[in-house]
Design a protein around this ligand. Structure first.
Ligand SMILES: [Zn+2]
Length: 234
């Protein structure tokens, strides 16, 4: 699968990047930003900063952000990210799904004034980008949908901090992490259908002859008209 909306710009000022630790990705952790209306490209200037130099107030970095249109990769996929607040950082690629604007959080993980109907199209597009990105990771690192968890599931497993994402959001649109994994599985099970195969051609046949001499005559005729041809015996 080609992720033609995947863009890359590493957060080289972020301490997570400069620390430079690598991981062997064994899983994927899905997050959402809890920051209404800030889209994937906007996070670069927000987080490409050094905590050590006090440019940012926390140590945080993820591999990618995505919204309804774009996927922005901000760390190499095998770089150890700072997204889980727990051991999952050593094993999981983490990405954030950006949340649409037009609502607010008033402490905790309750979306206040979230208009499900208005946000359905955004949600579907972002969901599809998230599914596609996970399919990309699964293929790249030999993972399956079973290796995908969200931040809140990571917390239940004891490998991530106590955050509610993405289960404070997905159910508003009738989804959850099981339906998300099922959507990834469905994509993974799709047989790769190459649109063109190097061994298949459209052939133009101008005749079929039992006598070789007749075939040669036809080929000569074709060639006098300026076309090329070959004789094949079946
Ligand atoms: Zn999270």
């Amino acid at each position: 699968m080609v992720l033609n909306n995947l863009k890359r710009k590493y957060m080289t000022r972020n301490d997570c990047y400069t620390v430079g630790r690598k991981i062997k990705p064994k899983g994927i952790m899905v997050h959402s930003t809890a920051t209404p209306g800030v889209m994937a490209a906007d996070w670069f200037s927000r987080w490409n900063k050094s905590y050590k130099s006090r440019e940012i107030n926390r140590q945080v970095c993820v591999h990618a952000f995505l919204d309804d249109k774009e996927i922005w990769q901000y760390l190499p996929w095998n770089h150890r990210g700072w997204h889980a607040g727990g051991k999952a950082n050593n094993t999981h690629i983490g990405f954030e799904i950006c949340e649409p604007g037009g609502f607010s959080y008033s402490g905790g993980a309750t979306m206040k004034g979230y208009d499900v109907k208005k946000n359905e199209a955004y949600f579907r597009a972002a969901w599809n980008n998230a599914v596609n990105l996970c399919v990309h990771f699964c293929k790249k690192y030999g993972l399956t949908e079973k290796d995908i968890i969200c931040h809140s599931e990571g917390n239940k497993k004891g490998i991530a901090s106590n955050h509610a994402d993405v289960m404070h959001w997905f159910p508003k649109h009738g989804e959850n992490m099981d339906t998300f994994r099922a959507a990834v599985k469905k994509e993974l099970n799709k047989k790769a259908k190459p649109t063109t195969s190097p061994n298949k051609y459209y052939r133009v046949q101008v005749g079929a002859f039992s006598k070789k001499s007749n075939a040669e005559k036809m080929l000569k005729k074709v060639k006098t008209k300026g076309f090329d041809g070959i004789i094949k015996y079946y």
